[in-house]
Design a protein around this ligand. Sequence first.
Ligand code: CTP
Length: 392
Amino acid sequence: MALKDKNILLCVTGSIACYKSIDLYRRLAREGANVKIIVSASAAKFISPYIFKSFGEDVFADDAFKSPLAHIFLSKYADLILIAPATYNTINKLACGIADTLITLAISASRDKPKVMVPAMNPDMFAGKILKDNIDKLMGHNFRFVSPETGNTACGDFGEGKFPDINDIVFELESVFKEKTLKNRRVLITAGATREYLDPVRFISNASSGKMGISLANEAVNLGADVSLIALNIDTSCKYINKKVKITDCIGFNDLKETLMDEFKQCDILFMAAAVSDYSFKEESPTKIKKTGKGLNIELIQNEDLLKAISRIKEKKQIVFGFAAETDDIIDNGRKKLVEKSLDYIFINDVSQDIIGRDENEGFLIEKTGKVKRFEREPKAALAQKLLAEIN
Ligand code: CTP
């Protein structure tokens, strides 16, 4: 909840996407932010400012002369100014220092307060050279931009210009308020569950969803790290993963081993959140196995322990963070794994507590020093923040 109690000045300008600012506003309110809103004269032709007023918010119509000092008051109020959607016109005007509306006036008086722009427009307009030059110029003045999405826009064209996912916007806002404690650090995360195939259609795996690893990846980006995620059989389309996370998809143990060993050499911190199959089938049939009317004996062979393999090549400056799924004697079992696998940290999930696949998690963190800390059940995103803070 990095936005809790933050004062956000939401400036809505006249793109067809401005109706999406209503959902954006509601999300900011849910995150605990205080919001004041300016609706530009063009935006007010698409959506009525009364929509925001009905939520009880302070809404200012773009009439700079009605209240001559409103832009100063609003600018002083804001911890952050969010322009969403930001039109071609507004972006270009701001880059030229034009201040002829309540929104551009408020921004002109905002000094070095953080400003986040969310462009949304026709793809041909977004591709325009003048706009690109002005975006570069504003970035040089510490304006941040959330890139639009590629897709079908309201005008029927296809390309980059759609109002982005609200999660992407909130992510960028949160990151404004976070200290970049992992700047220049490379963080590698494994998430999800391996699949070991018996034949082309059957496999063994487990119920790990990958949500904890994804939460760690998003949070590490927020702290300024370069993040690589090795995703094991995760349906990434239905989970929010920030665009800055580099994703490599893997399926089985061998695939994971090869990618992990290669990427580990370049990383500073490894979070081994993936559930790795301890066994594979001795033989994988290239064709579907048919039933015979009798029982079927299948031989499994034990897979190598990847964290033990990592510990043999680990350099002193690298941090390795393991996870453990336990149902009983959880602290003792976790401690044993920490030692056997030469880990710096281990987080023990008590899987008897109905947490697999859920959005929340709880458990114990054990450090190499032997220190144990309990973490109560909370959303995985919040837990990820705390685990990264422990490492810092
Ligand atoms: N792990 C690994 N290689 C394996 C199995 C697990 O590197 N072949 C890693 C997991 O990614 C996790 C940690 O080891 O970070 C602990 O995994 P867990 O499944 O709890 O324990 P195991 O070591 O497999 O032991 P057991 O299943 O016997 O409890």
